[in-house]
Design a protein around this ligand. Structure first.
Ligand code: PLP
Length: 419
């Protein structure tokens, strides 16, 4: 029985169309992924009906005995997965997790150092229109002009000059491994706390294929829906000494009742990430990204930093005589979804930047490998080199559709039951 279709055909038709879009196209937005059917079911479960303000064993509502079990499982698995002393699984999103960390570690007006948004940082790391930029005195570090790698000389110089209370590491569009110990050294020198926002590469950390921030940072936050492949949500990890203040800054600091259905989805996701298959998956994500980057570079595109060491690549499309907005539109016509992106030292505007950001986590979840990456890279190049040729785009769209039928999305069977 499809209750949505029966009760609300308008909403159902949009959901059904999205199911088709996810199955029929190539999802290459670096921050997206497909959950397993088990995660999807947990998020669609009766736990959405339950209020559970507080924490397991200390709730402000009755009837929490079962959701307590779920939250305990999620916390224990998160700690095991990342080797952390403390976990809070209640943040509704990455930004919510980050808001709680600010309230826990600094006071309004305090000085904070974070990566410039224009160099791959996230808006919660000090953008003027975000609460972080409104409430705290931000200074931004960036990447070096010559190789677009993190400029640790600049980080150290800014830290010595401005004496921040808090240094933030982590990025949304940086294609290289981040050496967290270098941030720790600088933080220690100036007496700052170190917070790592590993939202993009948490899955790679969980698979032990990326430098581990949990060992060196005071606090680590992440989203759970990117490389970690869980529901859209957030997570905070920390040393035990921060447990009390972080818990109180999540609830009641920034949130009311946790979304227990999403906490259940996170528990299932962490369970999946603890299995050996997850490491195999992440290794394939990395191998795929390398091959795709090589293919795009060989076709005349400029890879920022010259390549990738993680799940994403930042690609300057201007050598082909187009901008990021045109690239996004052309690829969309071919059923390839990516996002336009500023590149470091970009001379173009955010609404039509020089670059695109491309990632492999979602395609890898569908089972695609090296061979498919070469084919897809070639299709992308064909489309981008002929931005006006709509007939070619239609042909590429048909080829993409054909490829996709061989790689069903993980929830295909579950979705088919509804359709
Ligand atoms: N932090 C980083 C580094 C991110 O890349 C993102 C999302 O892209 C977030 C935080 C925010 O996550 P959310 O969209 O769940 O608020």
């Amino acid at each position: 029985m499809n209750y949505i279709e029966q009760n609300d055909p308008q909403v159902w038709s949009a959901i059904a169309a999205e199911m088709d879009r996810q199955q029929d196209g190539l999802e290459m937005i670096a921050s997206e992924n497909y959950t397993s059917p088990a995660v999807q079911q947990a998020v669609g479960s009766v736990l959405t009906n339950k209020y559970a303000e507080g924490y397991p064993g200390r709730r402000y509502y009755g009837g929490c005995e079962h959701v307590d079990v779920v939250e305990d499982i999620a916390r224990d698995r998160a700690k095991e997965l990342f080797g952390a002393e403390f976990a809070n699984v209640q943040p509704h999103s990455g930004s919510q997790a980050n808001a709680a960390v600010y309230l826990a570690l600094v006071e309004p007006g305090d000085t904070v150092l974070g990566l410039d948004l224009a160099h791959g940082g996230h808006l919660t790391h000090g953008m003027k229109l975000n609460m972080s930029g409104m409430l705290y005195n931000f200074h931004s570090y960036g990447v070096r002009k010559e190789d677009c790698r993190l400029d640790f000389d600049q980080v150290a110089r800014l830290a010595r000059e401005h004496k921040p209370k808090l240094i933030i590491a982590g990025a949304s569009a940086y294609p290289r491994e981040i050496p967290h110990a270098k941030f720790r050294e600088i933080a220690d020198e100036v007496g700052a706390k170190l917070w790592v926002d590993m939202a993009h590469y948490a899955g790679i950390v969980a698979a032990h294929l990326h430098d581990d921030p949990v060992k060196v940072a005071d606090v680590v936050t992440t989203t759970t829906h990117k490389t970690l492949r869980g529901p859209r949500s957030g997570l905070i990890l920390a040393r035990q000494e921060y447990a009390k203040v972080l818990n109180s800054r999540v609830f009641p600091g920034t949130q009311g009742g946790p979304l227990m259905h999403v906490v259940a989805g996170k528990a299932v996701c962490f369970g999946e990430a603890l299995k050996p298959e997850f490491r195999t998956y992440i290794q394939q994500v990395l191998d795929n990204a390398k091959v795709l980057a090589e293919t795009l570079a060989a076709g005349g595109l400029r890879l920022i930093t010259g390549g990738t060491e993680n799940h994403l690549m930042l690609v300057d499309v201007t050598p082909l005589g187009i901008g990021g907005k045109t690239a996004e539109t052309v690829l969309e016509r071919c059923s390839i979804t990516i996002n336009m992106n500023m590149i470091p030292f970009d001379e173009r505007k955010p609404m039509d930047p020089s670059g695109i950001r491309v990632g492999t986590p979602a395609l890898t979840t569908r089972g695609m490998g090296i061979e498919e990456m070469r084919t897809i890279g070639d299709w992308m190049l064909q489309g981008l080199k002929a931005p006006e040729d709509e007939k070619l785009h239609a042909r590429l769209r048909a080829q993409v559709g054909e490829l996709c039928t061989g790689f069903p999305v993980p929830s295909a069977a579950l979705n088919a039951e509804l359709q």
